[in-house]
Design a protein around this ligand. Structure first.
Ligand SMILES: [Zn+2]
Length: 347
């Protein structure tokens, strides 16, 4: 299956933080043929191990499987669902979104509703409606009706967005943060072939709510070095200053120099930049970005682990629909696989 087909499958699946099971199942399927062993740890991170030679470095790749989304918090007596946010979502993008509720009886559609603008007072219309004043309308008549449809408190709610190809390499879809990283990890193993290093490719859980899966996985795997495979903001849209970010969609993987949780280990940065230059793979450098990735948590595990991040430039992350270039995924996987082959020269 191509990157396009596998990303479509991953993007359309639900993996709201803490409810990553659909994505985990797909990842196990995709990783199986390239790994010697697959484990699922107690927090339900999936760990695919490709064994190398004894005494060679052990590399951890981390791609988080979860996405930002919503979760049912209460059901009103009239059958409306009130919700909590799982991860960083801007309240301003929520009204009128189509969503899917993942209930014990299967998927159920709904829309995010609010008080109609026609009957809002002048001052109300100027204010941002925060998520606690919004609700999800599933057309139920009562709390009992909603319960009969299978809806329960704690059900995951994802945006109802279907993956779509635009032009040659550009695609739009849900949860590219971080299904783009997940598919990059699969592609990296596919390209890798024989290697001296042992590679542990980890699909982590609960990144969007505080890098939690990465913390336990890194402790368990105990790697010599690690790379997070994630997305980053593509700033090539109107209104973004060059100072804020110079990263552009379609111009190659972004290598983090620093973000709010990680200063990339100098040796890791050298290793990645040298590899990209030797292999003639386009890349972009970024520094001083707010936000972070699994690498931040992994780097401070045990006595400290040299870490870096390879990111796919993605427009409109943490919104219902993102945009990226499949070329950037291809090049991110090429760079990661080539770097792994050169590890022993650096570590
Ligand atoms: Zn992410």
């Amino acid at each position: 299956m191509s990157i396009n087909e596998n990303l479509e499958k991953l993007s359309n699946a639900c993996g709201v933080a803490g409810r990553e099971n659909q994505v985990r199942d797909i990842m196990i399927q995709l990783l199986r043929s390239y790994a010697d062993e697959i484990q699922v740890d107690k927090l339900e991170n999936v760990i695919a191990i490709k064994k190398g030679k004894a005494n060679s470095p052990k590399i951890m790749l981390a791609a988080h499987m979860d996405e930002v989304g919503l979760m049912v918090k209460t059901i009103t007596k009239d059958g409306f669902l009130q919700f909590t946010k799982m991860g960083g979502i801007d309240d301003r993008i929520l009204p009128a979104q189509k969503v899917i509720i993942y209930t014990k009886k299967g998927q159920y559609p709904g829309i995010v509703g609010s008080k109609p603008p026609h009957i809002q007072k002048e001052e109300e219309r100027k204010k941002i409606i925060t998520y606690d004043d919004l609700f999800i309308d599933i057309g139920a008549e009562s709390k009992e009706d909603a319960a009969n449809l299978g809806v329960s408190i704690g059900d995951a709610i994802a945006f109802d967005v279907k993956y779509t190809n635009l032009g040659k390499d550009v695609v739009i879809g849900k949860a590219f943060d971080n299904r783009a990283g997940c598919i990059t990890m699969v592609e990296t193993l596919k390209l890798l072939g024989q290697t001296d290093c042992t590679v542990c490719a980890v699909g982590t859980v609960q990144e969007e709510v505080g890098l939690r899966g990465a913390a336990t996985a890194a402790f368990g795997v105990d790697p010599d070095l690690a790379l997070a495979l994630d997305v980053t903001i593509a700033g090539d849209v109107p209104g973004v200053r060059e100072f804020d970010t110079t990263v552009k969609m379609g111009k190659g993987p972004a290598l983090t120099i620093s973000d709010s949780g990680l200063i990339t280990h100098p040796k890791v940065l050298r290793w990645l930049i040298d590899t990209a230059e030797e292999e003639k793979i386009p890349f972009q450098l970024e520094s001083g970005l707010l936000g972070s990735t699994d690498a931040a948590r992994i780097s401070i595990t045990r006595q400290g682990i040299p870490c870096g991040t390879v990111s796919i430039p993605t427009r409109y992350i943490h919104s219902p629909v993102g945009m990226l270039s499949l070329k950037d995924i291809e090049n991110s996987a090429k760079l990661t696989a080539a770097a792994i082959q050169k590890t022993t020269k650096y570590f």
